[in-house]
Design a protein around this ligand. Structure first.
Ligand SMILES: Nc1nc2c(c(=O)[nH]1)N[C@H]1C(S)=C(S)[C@@H](COP(=O)(O)OP(=O)(O)OC[C@H]3O[C@@H](n4cnc5c(=O)[nH]c(N)nc54)[C@H](O)[C@@H]3O)O[C@H]1N2
Ligand SMILES: Nc1nc2c(c(=O)[nH]1)N[C@H]1C(S)=C(S)[C@@H](COP(=O)(O)OP(=O)(O)OC[C@H]3O[C@@H](n4cnc5c(=O)[nH]c(N)nc54)[C@H](O)[C@@H]3O)O[C@H]1N2
Ligand SMILES: [Mo]
Length: 925
């Protein structure tokens, strides 16, 4: 800290760190200075426009805005002089003149009114200015805009343009007509706003408010009676948030300063919370009525009584466990399987796999990671000995080159994407590689819109360039890797000039991007499902790993390999052992020493064979090998590939127990349905994509007779003969730390205290290691291994019958199978219908109009949904999100698996477009 300076604040000598403003130093020293246009939150640039923070500086004629003014050595600042105070009071008085009175304020608890009260301004001597008449804009389902309270402080503009980088809000006009506008002065609901709500969180006056907190007249409503700190239940970013609660209902959500979100949230985290209060919530245990077929499962969640009847907890649990026990005792544990959940806590995931392993007696336990990053995990384990990210996504802040491949973070990891966009503003190069144009493309410095399924061709061409042009890091390769020669020999066959045609990117561009990445001081790679969900997904990831190793772009700040993890707890659930080939911490089940350790810890004999994976389990049901299943917090009837086949399997099961918060498409096939706890109803830890273990806290009571997921797992375990006594997740966490070296130096209390602890962590009082592989790799040799990849074509190529390529994935507003988000009012309002995204050319060629209902068919089946033209989709490609039960994308998808990761090819199959079935037309024929 050589650059600290000393100056005087209100007579006392204080120290300023480099770059600090007077306001920040004062604040750090406990001197509060009013502020309106200034937000002390990270990411907000001070603007100094509102004058609410004026201070007097000795020897200066005019007062200074303390939020923007930096102190000089020896400067004498007076924050409480009569002149400063009366000037600030005047500012508040002038602003109050133009505000609705506090009793009818949109937000009487706003920063503006709280500060006005503290500087003793309650009303104003000044007349109000003539205001434009149209001030209220309630066009957006999530946010209320009432510009009569706007003070033109531009915080919302900075929130939108500089923090979240969505570029929707701007300032228009001049003088007293000046106002904030959305796009070209559109209603907010009709603008390109993505509803992250950053502007609402930033607004100091209540001009922008969550719609849940204003009544029809625009006046404040639903003041919370309590607040609970937790973590977002949606994606792997793991944003920390605060639930604001009134009468045991969430009324609003605010972002907290967590290490992965710095107060930011996205539309789902901020406005997608009311699924927990939806009328469809399961509130009583259900058992299937005697003799009701599982093959006809069109059940209304609000009226399930045709198929199910209510049962007492005793009966439901006895039946649930009894059916599993009978199958185990008659046929052995191998006839059972369990799907655990990546939407629950670490403690639940750990107990679930322990139940399957010690209670069922099988390793047939898996979860959605199989459909997700299983191939990335296979490649990372084989190449670098660890499947977690090598650096958090915040490392983008230190990178010169950021590569995003096969991921659509503005929709799927929106808060992480804000940091990528921030990095571009700072001057980093952003390389986006995706067959489909994404929103991130607008921010990309280099866009490689290559042919779907051709990643290996593109990446091998880059590796070829790096080796041929000797751009690789010879020293790094020598010191830290093995089997380099195998890579060199392999990529010889893949020069850019030859690969250009295959991947659709000109050779010179391939070379240019290869040089850019290799020569960067610090380059980092982020990837997603576009890489992993292919029959060659493991090969795709191998190439990315090779790129980073060959150039030494790993283990330093701003470098690394980061598979963006999807579910809020998929990292934690995988770590906890919800995987058929691994015990907790990726310890192989087929190693006798490992097994002995766990048999000792758990006091039970363990199955020495690897278990079956998600898709294999469904196949085994068809074969008659698996007869009973326990599914907690997964919806395979929607999320598995070739879902007709999966649904048949579910119907064939002799015994199916489903534990969920809704009567999902999967639950409809159940023999017993156990109503469980939603995320805001439970205590537990979760691990995000950055390896940060975070604390979720119970904010709400359980609805009806619903019970905690953890308790239900324990109840089933007891009925299978296990002597479990866990009464609180804290006890489970304590046991996990014994089974999992990765959790060394982390305790429940520590996570509760610090909110977030990154693993691995070297001691109880040090922060965890954000960056790993700084000195070698956790492999037997300490070296990372190159694994060459050959070109493998997608399993099903377009042909004369099915001439197009179908790709599936996600939308910003919806979560996977829609069970939660289609029951979240704002989200459902924003995206209410199933859509297929097409290029204008394909639409025209088929004679469709945008918005028209069309049919998409593959060899597995067909669905009908609305066509939506998307300029970023190349001709020949159809993109369908899989959130809509009425047009389930997985009726279409191909279940062919990658041989290593066992992940299905969700991103590529042959399809064709047809006219929708129209009864009227058929009748006329
Ligand atoms: N809103 C929302 N957010 C989510 C989720 C959600 O359901 N909704 N789910 C979460 C989960 S579990 C996950 S795993 C993540 C997934 O997050 P992403 O990985 O971003 O998800 P996808 O939309 O499936 O696909 C990513 C990209 O892959 C591209 N792609 C398609 N084919 C190919 C190809 O052959 N090669 C390459 N390189 N790219 C291709 C697609 O065009 C798409 O832009 O999102 C998480 N976040
Ligand atoms: N076509 C296609 N299919 C795909 C993909 C794709 O890109 N394309 N992506 C795949 C990927 S990456 C993934 S991760 C999977 C996701 O597949 P799933 O995990 O099956 O999908 P979700 O909808 O997230 O299912 C979560 C379930 O948990 C329930 N739930 C939520 N919170 C709780 C809780 O606290 N307790 C309990 N007991 N239940 C809870 C929800 O109601 C829901 O039924 O889908 C895969 N399927
Ligand atoms: Mo996922």
């Amino acid at each position: 800290m050589t650059d600290t300076i000393k100056f005087f604040l209100d007579g006392a000598e204080v120290e300023a760190h480099p770059g600090e403003t007077i306001w920040q130093v004062a604040n750090r020293n406990g001197t509060e200075i009013p502020h309106l246009c200034y937000s002390p939150k990270p990411g907000y640039r001070p603007d100094g426009n509102c004058r609410a923070c004026m201070v007097e500086i000795e020897g200066e004629r005019v007062l200074a805005a303390s939020c923007i003014r930096k102190p000089a050595p020896g400067m004498k600042v007076n924050s409480a002089s009569e002149r400063a105070e009366s000037s600030r009071r005047l500012v508040f008085e002038l602003l109050a003149a133009d505000q609705p009175d506090r009793i009818v304020a949109h937000d009487p608890d706003s920063r503006f009114w709280n500060w006005a009260e503290r500087v003793e301004v309650t009303d104003s001597r000044f007349p109000a200015l003539a205001r434009p008449s149209k001030v209220a804009d309630f066009s957006h389902p999530a946010m209320a805009v009432q510009l009569d309270a706007c003070i033109h402080c531009t915080l919302c503009v900075r929130a939108c343009r500089e923090v979240q980088v969505n570029d929707v809000i701007g300032m228009a006009a001049r003088g007293h007509l000046e106002k904030i506008v959305f796009d070209f002065d559109d209603p907010m609901g009709g603008s390109t706003c993505v509803a992250c709500g950053e502007c609402v969180q930033a607004c100091p006056t209540g001009a922008l408010m969550p719609a849940t907190q204003v009544d029809e007249a625009g006046i404040f409503a639903n003041a919370p009676d309590r607040k609970v700190d937790s973590v977002c239940p949606y994606c792997g970013v793991g944003c920390q948030l605060t639930y604001e609660i009134k009468d045991d209902r969430i009324v609003a959500v605010e972002g907290r300063d967590g290490p992965s979100n710095r107060n930011r949230l996205c539309v789902k985290g901020r406005f997608g919370f009311d699924y927990v209060h939806h009328a469809d919530r399961l509130t009583v245990p259900l058992v299937r009525r005697e003799g009701v077929s599982k093959h006809d499962v069109d059940i209304d969640p609000l009226n399930p009584w045709t198929h199910f009847r209510e049962a007492s907890w005793e009966e439901a649990l006895d039946r649930a466990a009894g059916g599993l026990k009978r199958i185990r005792d008659e046929r052995g544990g191998g006839a059972l399987a369990g799907f655990g959940s990546a939407k629950g806590s670490n403690e639940e995931a750990y107990l679930f796999q322990k139940l399957v392993r010690t209670g069922f007696g099988t390793n047939n336990v898996d979860h959605c990671t199989r459909l997700c990053h299983a191939s990335s995990v296979a490649a990372l384990m084989e190449g670098v000995g660890s499947a977690a990210v090598s650096a958090p996504f915040m490392a983008a802040e230190d990178a010169d080159v950021i590569v995003v491949i096969g991921a659509n973070p503005t929709e799927n990891h929106p808060v992480a994407a804000t940091f990528f966009k921030n990095a571009v503003k700072r001057g980093a190069r952003l390389v986006v590689m995706d067959p489909r144009g994404t929103v991130l493309m607008r921010h990309a410095t280099d866009m490689l819109q290559f042919k779907p399924g051709r990643d290996v061709a593109m990446l091998n061409a880059m590796l070829h360039t790096i080796i041929e042009e000797e751009l690789y890091d010879r020293q790094y390769v020598q010191a830290h890797t093995e089997e380099f020669e195998a890579l060199v020999a392999n990529v010889r066959d893949y020069p850019p000039e030859k690969m250009a045609e295959i991947c659709g990117i000109p050779a010179e561009k391939l070379r240019e991007v290869a040089r850019l990445y290799a020569r960067a001081e610090a380059a980092i790679i982020f990837w997603g499902m576009g890489v992993s969900q292919h029959i060659h997904g493991t090969d795709n990831a191998r190439c990315l790993i090779a790129l980073s190793l060959v150039t030494g772009q790993v283990g330093r700040p701003g470098t690394g390999l980061h598979p963006l993890r999807g579910q809020n707890n998929v990292q934690g659930a995988s770590d906890a052992g919800l995987i058929p080939m691994f015990f907790p911490d990726y310890k192989p089940v087929d190693s006798p020493e490992v097994r002995a350790f766990y048999e000792d810890l758990w006091g039970a004999p363990l199955d020495p064979k690897r278990g079956l994976t998600v898709v294999e389990i469904m196949d085994a049901v068809h074969e008659g090998d698996i007869r009973g299943m326990y599914i907690m917090g997964e919806n395979p009837a929607m999320s598995d590939p070739d879902v007709s086949h999966a649904r048949e399997a579910l119907a064939m099961l002799e015994h199916l127990v489903v534990q969920d918060i809704f009567l999902t498409e999967t639950a409809k096939y159940a023999d017993v349905v156990l109503p469980a706890s939603a995320w805001p109803e439970k205590d537990g830890t979760v691990t995000n994509t950055n390896r940060q273990v975070q604390m979720g806290r119970r904010a709400l009571p359980l609805p009806g007779k619903a019970r905690q997921d953890l308790d239900l797992i324990v109840e089933i375990a007891k009925r299978l003969g296990l002597d479990w006594t866990y009464a609180h997740p804290r006890e489970v966490f304590a046991e996990m730390t014994k089974a999992m070296p990765s959790l060394a130096n982390i305790t429940w209390e520590r996570v509760a205290r610090e909110s977030s602890v990154t693993y691995p962590v070297a001691s109880p009082d040090e922060p965890g290691a954000d960056i790993v592989f700084t000195e070698g790799f956790p492999t037997p040799s300490g070296r990372a291994r190159f694994v060459p990849a050959k070109l493998v074509a997608p399993a099903e190529e377009p042909d004369a019958d099915y001439p197009m390529v179908l790709s599936t994935g996600r939308q910003l507003e919806h979560w996977h199978t829609g069970s939660m988000t289609r029951r979240a009012s704002v989200l459902d309002d924003l995206e209410p219908e199933a859509v297929a995204y097409l290029s204008a050319r394909d639409l025209e060629r088929h004679g469709f109009r945008s918005g028209e209902k069309i049919r998409v068919a593959t060899r597995r089946g067909s669905i009908e949904l609305k066509a939506r033209v998307d300029g970023a989709i190349p001709p020949g490609l159809i993109f369908i999100p899989f959130a809509y039960a009425e047009a389930a994308a997985n009726i279409l998808t191909n279940p062919q698996l990658d041989p290593f990761g066992k992940i299905p090819e969700f991103k590529y199959c042959a399809a064709r477009l047809e006219h929708a079935y129209e009864p009227a037309r058929e009748a006329a024929e």
